[in-house]
Each structure stands twice: as C-alpha cells, then as structure tokens.
Design a protein around this ligand. Structure first.
Ligand code: ADP
Ligand code: MG
Length: 577
C-alpha cells in the first residue's frame, strides 16, 4: 500500500486541520513531519476531505503545507513481558529511561519503545504442534516479577489456529518468533511475545462477563465493612483538595487483595506526579516484603504535558489492566484524578469548537466516563479461570462541590461511592470518607444486619449532634446522649483508622469481622447511666481501650486480654447484665 499523506491547512495550538486525499478514520494515528522529527498525532474528527488531528506534543514550528503521514492504525500500546515496574506517560513512553536521558519531561519527537527489545526472557512452552487455539489462549509463559506472564495467541487475531511449530524452552527476546500458527486458510503466522492493542477498544477475549460479587478487601475498615468494593467492580472517591484521596489510593495499591496494580496518575502539578513516582518504589509490598513496584505499573501525566497525551493516559492504563486480566489475574486500576482527564476532554472539545455541555465540558462527557468504567469487570476466560479489572477513580471537584458534571456523571455508573468530606478531614477523622453520604451496591464482608445497625447509629448520632448544637447538652435526654456517644464510639474505633500505624493501618478481613461484631454487640447493649458525665467518662475509657486493641497485633497475648477488658467494662454498665 502506498503511504497515505495529507497537508496541513491550519494549526491552532495542538490541533491541526489536514487536507487528505485517501480515506482516513477516527482515532487513526498520524505523524506530522517537522524536519527530522515526526510528531505523533491522532485523528479526532473527520469532515469531508479534512481531518482534525490532535498532536501529542508541542506544535511549535509546524506550518501550513507541511506534510502529515497517516499510519492506518489506531492509537495502540505494546503488550508483553516487561510492563511491570515501569513508569510510562500516556503514550506509553517509558519515563525512567527518559528521565535519565532528558529529565522527567519529554524531548519533542523522542519516542522510546515501551518495551525493551534486547532483554531476554526464559520462555517455557505450554502448547504443542497440532493443537487448535484461539486468540488469548496460552502458548507458554515467562516469569515476570512475582507472576507467570502468559504468552498468548495475539488478542487482535480472530478465528481458530493450529500450532505448526513452537520453540523449545529457552531465552528469547520479545521480538523473537516463539511459535508459528496456521489459520483455516492454511496461511502461516508467526507469534512473538510482543503484541499491540488499540487503547480505546476493550479487550473482549473471554467466555462470559460475571457479576462482581466477591469482596475486594482493601484493609481499610470503613471501605470493606461499610462501603465495600467488589473484584471487577467500580468505585469513585470524590473529595476536595487535601481530603486524603491520594493517601487512600496509596493504601489501596499496597493492601488491596489483587495481583497487579495500575496507577493512572493525572496530576494538577508536575510535583504531585513526581511524588508518586518517588514514593512508589519506596513502598514495600506486604505480600512479598519487596518493592511494590514489582507488581505495579504507573501511567502518569501532568497538566504541563500535551492535552492529547493526558486524554490517552486512562485508556493506556485500562488496556494494560485488561491484558493482565487475560492471564487470569486480578488487576486494580486507580485513576487519580479523573477530573484532570475530564479537563483534557474539555480542552479538546473546546478547540474543536463543539457545542459545550454543562460547565463547558463536552456534551458527551457522561457517555465517555461510562464507557471508561464499563471496561472494569470480572470475566470467565475460555480456559475456565477468572480474571478481573477493578476501577477506582478519584474526582477532585472545585471547592469539594459534588454537584458538578464529572462527579455526577461518575456517580451514575459506579458501584460504590466513597465521598470525602472537608469537615472530616479538618477534624482529622481519617480516612475522611463521609459515612452519611457514601454508599455501595456490593456485598460487605460483615453481616448485612450489622452494617445496617451501624449505619442507623451513625445517622441518629449525627441528628442528635445537630440538635445539641441548638439546644445544648442540657436540652438533650440522657437516652439520646447515649445514642450520640455510641455513634461517636463506632466512628472513633472503627471508621477512623491511623494510616501510618503498623497494625491499625491495615486490617485484614477476619479481624475486621471480629472487631465489627464486637463493636455492634456494644451498640446493641442497653447501658444504664445515672448522668451524662458518667456516660461520657464510660465511653472515654471504652474508646481508649478499643483504640489500644486496634493497635495490638492479633497474635499477641495482650490482644485477648484487651478484648476481655472491653467486654467486662461494658458488662459493668449493661442494664441486663
Ligand atoms: P488529596 O489527594 O485529596 O489532595 P492527600 O491524600 O494528599 O489529599 O492528603 C493530604 C494530607 O492529609 C496528607 O498529606 C496527610 O497529612 C493527611 N491525610 C490524608 N489521609 C490521611 C490518613 N488516612 N491518615 C492520616 N493522615 C492523612
Ligand atoms: Mg491528591
């Protein structure tokens, strides 16, 4: 096929208008020629014989009549061994290498391949000649970090293939041919460990999508017990600046019960992203004791990077997650913050002079957000195993106002909502997840009646607190005052958790069930007090003892002693002892 080209007829920021003579298509990749450099771009709109292209970098120097070469390909990422532990930008340029060469920021036109071509991997074949396979089926594996990285029949192929030949166990690089497959027409195709996938198209090589029901424990009590997340589910964490979104995401990437973590770091300031890149390699993986980066991929961008690269980053991230899901792994994608991504959509839409929707976001914002979260899921693969992609996105609405379009569009599609409140973070009640606003459609690891009981105490306690602000403590009945104290107790010892404490910082599923059952039994116990002062001092001691209990390792002797201490303290005050 001859090269498909066009000529620039307009330049407006990162947006080019290009006249072409052979058909081009939406989201097709193209390169604008600038002397020796090829600036990567994507077709964002086609009208008649004109296309609008979003250039992924600075367009300075591009002029009318300059040449554009179209690639006939959709914007794609590279998939294969070597992804784990890497830091990429939205276009999958490895930033570690770049940072050595040029500092964290990209030199224009510098496209390093995402995956190392030279590095060899120890491949063990699993398929044999004569076997009939379909795309996504496993041909063999290599060890990557803590996992067996499955080498698959390329996901973009279709139909059935017969294995003609497969290499013996040995060292191969990702471009070496490891197998030859024959299609139904008798044509032979070579398979390499390296494959590509277009980022805006979901990978769908599975037998069935299942309902997300199995809890994904994060070891954050407020989440797992009260507002749980399911494997393959979706959730959203909106909150004002400084409310703790990034800390929650760091805790979940460390402790969530998943195999692979993909971080899409979309920062306001370059500093935030640099911080993420610095912090992650230092974090240890509680599962292995080694660096968390071994099973993490970071896709990052800042507002100083070109808008199109920012827009691409969440798709790049979710495609990487889907790829590891195809190996039967559980993957967690954390996008922080999706507001920055939505701003990129707004900028692109503005330059295209589209009719704006609410707050100048594109009118199709809601469907774009929905399509992104729909890529989460738990699936049954053709080989009978299950894999999942769970998506958690933070939203940073200006002034913490959840009534804005990004929060609202996200709320319509996610399965759980962890709304952070400024009031709680100001009061240093961390995590600042507001128990009165948050919700989840997924099953809790705790007993559902207990979860309802706890929610009802929190609500009543809040109402009584509001009332007390008006009528004062004297105007409140002793009975109401005790309900208020019970709600505060639940909040202090269960919802709040000290992220930086070695024991309290992460509570496993069994311990959560145990603690929660004990706290709920206290909520259910009728207590007899002679005065509010007596009630207050009782709960002060109870809270302190329970906090000590939270900070005590389960395997220690003290753990059972403290449990008994709590029980006897309550028994002394119980009405029907
Ligand atoms: P955001 O991402 O919402 O802007 P951060 O996650 O950066 O907010 O949190 C801001 C600060 O709040 C942190 O640096 C930390 O001091 C405090 N903080 C947030 N969450 C917690 C927590 N769970 N425990 C203790 N401190 C917290
Ligand atoms: Mg943050």
């Amino acid at each position: 096929m001859n090269t498909k080209t066009g000529r620039i007829v307009g330049v407006k920021g990162n947006l080019l208008t290009v006249e072409f003579d052979q058909a081009v298509f939406q989201n097709e990749m193209a390169y604008a020629r600038l002397g020796e450099d090829h600036l990567k771009a994507e077709v964002v709109r086609v009208r008649g014989s004109y296309a609008e292209l979003q250039v992924f970098e600075d367009t300075n120097g591009l002029k009318i009549n300059d040449q554009v070469v179209f690639s006939n390909q959709l914007l794609s990422v590279e998939l294969g061994p070597g992804l784990l532990g890497q830091v990429f930008d939205g276009l999958q340029t490895p930033l570690y290498d770049l940072s050595e060469a040029y500092g964290v920021f990209l030199k224009r036109g510098a496209y390093l391949p995402a995956l190392d071509r030279e590095k060899t991997w120890s491949f063990t074949p699993a398929a044999s000649p004569g076997q009939s396979l379909r795309p996504g089926d496993f041909l063999g594996q290599v060890a990557e970090g803590p996992f067996a990285h499955q080498i698959m029949v390329p996901l973009s192929w279709s139909g059935r293939y017969t294995v003609s030949s497969i290499v013996q166990a040995g060292e191969y690089n990702i471009e070496d041919s490891v197998a030859v497959l024959t299609d139904r027409k008798g044509n032979e195709h070579e398979v390499r460990m390296l494959q590509e996938w277009p980022i805006k198209v979901p990978i769908q090589n599975y037998a069935e999508r299942l309902r997300p029901q199995e809890p994904l424990t994060t070891r954050i009590r407020c989440i797992d017990t009260m507002f749980p997340v399911a494997k393959g589910g979706t959730y959203c964490i909106p909150g004002p600046f400084g409310a703790g979104k990034t800390i929650i995401q760091q805790l979940t990437s460390r402790y969530a019960d998943v195999d692979v973590v993909i971080i899409a770091a979309c920062g306001e300031r370059a500093g935030e992203v640099v911080e993420t890149i610095r912090e992650f390699p230092k974090m240890t993986d509680p599962k292995t004791g080694r660096s968390l980066m071994e099973r993490t991929i970071i896709v990052c961008n800042t507002s100083s990077m070109p808008v199109a690269s920012r827009e691409a980053s969440v798709y790049t991230a979710v495609t990487l997650a889907e790829y590891y899901r195809q190996m039967g792994l559980d993957c967690l994608l954390l996008a922080d913050s999706t507001s920055r991504w939505a701003q990129a959509l707004r900028e692109i839409s503005g330059r295209l002079e589209e009719i704006p929707g609410e707050e100048a976001f594109p009118a199709y914002l809601e469907s774009v957000i929905a399509a992104f979260y729909e890529r989460a899921g738990i699936v049954l693969l053709h080989n009978g195993s299950q894999g999942s992609v769970t998506i958690g996105g933070t939203v940073s609405p200006a002034g913490g106002n959840f009534e804005e379009p990004v929060t609202q569009s996200t709320l319509k599609v996610v399965g759980a909502f962890h709304g952070l409140s400024r009031q709680r973070s100001d009061a240093r009640r961390y995590p600042a997840i507001d128990p009165l606003e948050s919700w989840s459609q997924y099953p809790s690891l705790a007993d559902s009646e207990d979860v309802e009981l706890a929610a009802s105490f929190l609500r009543q306690s809040h109402e009584i607190a509001q009332m007390m602000k008006v009528v004062g403590e004297e105007g409140t009945s002793l009975q109401d005052f005790v309900i208020f104290l019970k709600g505060e107790y639940l909040d202090a010892v269960f919802l709040q958790q000290d992220a930086f404490h070695p024991v309290d910082g992460a509570t496993g599923a069994e311990r959560q069930k145990d603690t929660f059952a004990q706290v709920c039994s206290i909520l259910n116990t009728e207590l007899a007090f002679e005065s509010k002062d007596q009630a207050r001092s009782f709960f002060q001691t109870l809270t302190q003892t329970t906090l000590d209990w939270n900070r005590t390792p389960e395997e220690s002797e003290e753990f059972e002693d403290l449990r008994e201490k709590i029980k006897s303290h309550v028994a002394e005050q119980a009405l029907y002892a």
